[in-house]
Design a protein around this ligand. Sequence first.
Ligand SMILES: NC(=O)c1ccc[n+]([C@@H]2O[C@H](COP(=O)([O-])OP(=O)(O)OC[C@H]3O[C@@H](n4cnc5c(N)ncnc54)[C@H](O)[C@@H]3O)[C@@H](O)[C@H]2O)c1
Length: 435
Amino acid sequence: MSALKQRIKDRSVTLGVVGLGYVGLPLAVEKAKAGFHVIGFDVQKEKVDMVNRGHNYIGDVVNHDLEEIVRSGHLKATMDFAAVASCDCVCIAVPTPLDEHQQPDISYVRSSAESITPYVHKDMLIILESTTYPGTTEELLRPILEKSGLVCGVDFYLAFSPERVDPGNAIYKTRNTPKVVGGLTPECTDIAATLYEAVLEAPVHRVSSPAVAEMEKILENTYRNVNIGLINELAILCDRMGINIWEVIEAARSKPYGFQAFYPGPGLGGHCIPLDPYYLSWKAREFGFHTSMIESSMVINDRMPEYCCQRSMRALNEQKKALNGAKVLVLGVAYKQDIDDYRESPALRVIECLKHSGAEVSFYDPHIPRYRYENRQYEGLPALTADALEQSDLVIITTAHTAVDYDFVADHARLIFDTKNAMKNVAYRDNIRLL
Ligand SMILES: NC(=O)c1ccc[n+]([C@@H]2O[C@H](COP(=O)([O-])OP(=O)(O)OC[C@H]3O[C@@H](n4cnc5c(N)ncnc54)[C@H](O)[C@@H]3O)[C@@H](O)[C@H]2O)c1
């Protein structure tokens, strides 16, 4: 058994986590809770300072857990990468967004690897967790890390292990979500898997290479993207045919096998599902391949905010009103229910589209009091009042937060366009239009 593997089992290693965001902070907390000493690295001073004060800023982290591990000295944070020298294992969880041409922006992975490289030492394990195209670990990360003069698979270990955290999920958290691990060599895989087995209460699935693990993650998210695209397309068709898509899905769900329910909505949001398929499409072109099914679903999903805007226009039109000049209250700007994250949220595009058509738009989100979009800040309503509902010509539900009282909304709103079927339990439905 390698010395590092034994030390992981003994919990005598120091673990580093690079990037203390939605993925990295919960990961660092779980490792510290499992008894390891953890150093978190970030380029944002505010995050580093907050961690060191034990102040939580991520919804999926329990405040008390963070306070406790910081107080006991199991977790500290720094901007100084020299501390990588004292880490035996480092996980990288930095952003992988798209650039202005919708192409992979891999600059955060590159720069974090460059910050680590001067401190790579013998017998060290490095794991990339950021979602990315197949080939990143071997083609991009490995050459940067080998600038240290050490050889991957001989002097240090390198693996990819995708992060699967589902923010807001009450059952599956970082701790109990199964992990997939693929290393550059069988030993790299084995040591990385040993680390996760020591930290998590979930099975670790080993694969033969980092590329398999990278592709596996993209498959998970593309699977969702394509199925949501299909159901959004069917929602538009069902509306034309006068069929309730939600009722259709409920009926299909009665089949105990071979069908998994996906639901329509105002479009895709978040840091993963709308973005990741672009990573694959971009890489596929290197192989002269067009991911046509994926691209079709992205076109459908991308058009949903505009479609919702058109449907809003139609709902107002039925009442002999125009969207131009109408007062519209948007309920929910988070990209999904019960979270405070609005990255890539389709609600923001719905709002822009409504404004573009001349609507006077306000918003309320119980988790997001204000948001920034294209360098401007927008303030939401401080509370959802009867007055605010009654004074709106139209209320659009773009996120199905459970903290909203939908009976109250139905009682006070004049007209509602529900893009999430959030009002499904409301009995009186004359003022409700459903996507
Ligand atoms: N958020 C999710 O639900 C989720 C789920 C699964 C996978 N992922 C993937 O995980 C990765 C991280 O996503 P996230 O949501 O945690 O992002 P995030 O933006 O919340 O956090 C990333 C952190 O990395 C820091 N950072 C950026 N460059 C750095 C550098 N050079 N050195 C050190 N720190 C740096 C940022 O300051 C930030 O705090 C992405 O690839 C994402 O696709 C995210």
